[in-house]
Design a protein around this ligand. Structure first.
Ligand code: GLN
Length: 413
């Protein structure tokens, strides 16, 4: 009773970087120049990728050891503090964490406007590469936390409110099925966040492009040769593009800045249209990944089949299998066909770009998705064309850059 609907207005900047192991200083310089491009717009939150400054592809504990830091020490902490204080913003950044007792984690810092540590999240679901350096899983599992924001919410009468936004960090593989083995439709991360009423989801990533050589690649040598040939055709070194910045800023007051390396088109390689896995059109987002990320948030997506399913009472036996560990499945609870109906949530995806080891190509495509909680009885198609998902903008797959948006969404208090 007495819940009020408030509109939250935030300006968020997402920085896409191509960090290489052993080149920390250069990465810090590029990260600073990207922040400088947007500082006059005074973003409320600035987000950086997983392992944003260190590079991602470590292959042993010995190799990563010198890069591990306690949360409030080292280059990521110093960088975030600097940005937070200079811009009076919240800064989020992925980094390799040194834990107690020889533990190491893949973590992300949340630093508040004053430069204080607001939250430190550790990745829960690990990717193959994390396991190569004996990364430990987050002992707490998925988490949600309250992010205090001053004066960012308004009620219908125009009164301004301070709010604690229900927020969460997910790091890359957290979005995927556990060890790629759990049933796809269990949507572990998004189910947890739906059940916890999370309103702001921030996801730093080092998400792979489909052209990467992985444990599933049938012929790794040919795969690597293909990557080398593609980078060569694009006129890029084997590690991909650095220092060619894509800038994409669209604000409520009409401010619009768009800057695209190479005029946005690269004619030397075929476009995405035909071969889904081709690494081309670097200034355009990777549709395959956008659709995949979207469907991993199935509990937040409109889907008319839920109503039937609910009516047929198929849900009860399914939920019983989880023995009380969850009360929703694919977004349905026993009380509501769609728990998210009429709610809002904002998803901020911050991926890296470039390539490492001549084998791992990253998918970039950082940007924003808003789940609007509408069209629950209408939508059938579960990808980014579903009308309950608003695509607020994405960077391309291959260039470093920054995207800024004014986002607004409703919460209840
Ligand atoms: N599922 C992710 C991918 O395939 C995992 C990568 C990561 O956790 N960095 O890219």
């Amino acid at each position: 009773m007495g819940l009020k609907r408030l509109t939250v207005n935030l300006r968020i900047a997402v920085v896409q970087l191509n960090p290489q192991i052993g080149h920390l200083e250069e990465t810090v310089v590029r990260a600073h120049s990207l922040v400088r491009r947007v500082e006059r717009y005074q973003p409320d939150i600035v987000v950086f990728p997983e392992f944003a400054l260190s590079g991602y592809s470590f292959h042993s504990r010995a190799e990563i050891s010198a890069h591990l830091c306690r949360p409030q020490e080292g280059p990521a902490w110093e960088f975030c503090q600097q940005i937070s204080r200079k811009l009076s913003c919240v800064t989020v950044m992925g980094y390799p964490e040194r834990g107690d007792n020889q533990q190491a984690y893949n973590s992300a810092l949340v630093v508040d406007e004053e430069g204080k540590l607001a939250f430190n999240y550790r990745k829960s679901f690990l990717y193959d590469t994390d396991e190569e350096w004996q990364c430990a899983e987050n002992p707490a599992g998925f988490q949600a936390f309250e992010l205090p924001l001053k004066g960012k919410a308004r009620d219908h009468d125009g009164h301004v409110h301070d709010v604690k936004l229900r927020s969460a960090i997910g790091i890359c593989m957290d979005l995927s099925p556990y060890k790629f083995k759990a049933p796809f439709q269990e949507c572990e991360f998004s189910t947890y966040q739906l059940e916890h009423g999370t309103e702001l989801l921030i996801v730093p990533m080092a998400w792979l492009h489909a052209s990467s050589v992985t444990r599933d690649t049938a012929d790794p040598a040919t795969g690597k040769a293909e990557i080398a040939r593609t980078m060569d055709q694009l006129g890029l070194p084997l590690h991909g593009s650095q220092n060619q910045f894509q800038v994409n800023i669209k604000l409520r007051d009409g401010t619009c800045e768009e800057e695209c390396p190479g005029n946005g088109t690269l004619t030397s390689a075929p476009s995405d249209a035909g071969v889904a896995s081709s690494y081309s059109d670097l200034s355009r987002p990777d549709q395959q990944n956008l659709d995949y990320w979207t469907i991993r948030f199935m509990p937040f997506l409109a889907c008319k089949w839920r109503e039937n399913w609910f009516v047929e009472k198929a849900l009860k036996p399914i939920l019983a299998k989880f023995k009380g560990s969850r009360f929703t499945y694919l977004g349905s609870s026993l009380k509501a066909p769609w728990l998210f109906e009429n709610k809002n949530a904002l998803l901020v995806l911050c991926n890296r770009c470039g390539a490492e080891d001549g084998a791992t190509v990253y998918a970039g495509s950082s940007g924003f998705l808003k789940f609007n909680g509408q069209y629950g009885n209408e939508e059938e198609i579960l990808n980014s064309s579903n009308r309950s998902v608003e695509l607020l903008g994405n960077l391309g797959k291959g260039y470093e850059g920054v995207i800024v948006r004014d986002v607004s969404f409703e919460i209840e208090r």
